[in-house]
Design a protein around this ligand. Sequence first.
Ligand SMILES: [Zn+2]
Ligand SMILES: [Zn+2]
Length: 153
Amino acid sequence: MKSLTIKTKDQAFTKSMEDQDCDKRFEQFITELLGEKPIEKNTTEGQKTAHSLPTSTYEYRGFLVVKCERCGAIRAFCSKTLIGKFICGNCGHETPFLPNMARVDVICKCGNHATYQTNITDDHFDIPCVACGSPIDVEYNYKEKQYQSMGRS
Ligand SMILES: [Zn+2]
Ligand SMILES: [Zn+2]
């Protein structure tokens, strides 16, 4: 136990409290007296989210094929957690995900079958196979409203 004392010429206030609490209160009080802004995590975090608020809230998980909206680099990966954007390894740009991303169904020459979700809107593009790394040609099937690897109907 410690005690925190605030004293003027003719008044004194003393409060006993837990050591940790006492130190914290004392620090807070001094900071306020000196006219400095109290260091509060919440304020800075709040400002941070206010800045990046208009970004998307469309979150996806699993196999994703994403194209950087700035440099056009395509990346295929699997996310175990829900993510709302992808940070380009090439240029560092953050691409927010779109609502209703298209499905991509691919079968590689190596036999690996994978289903992705993509923000790509081109008629066809290449996906690097997650198993063997070779590029797989995919094209948009307007009937099925999804992408498929070429050579399938
Ligand atoms: Zn990029
Ligand atoms: Zn493969």
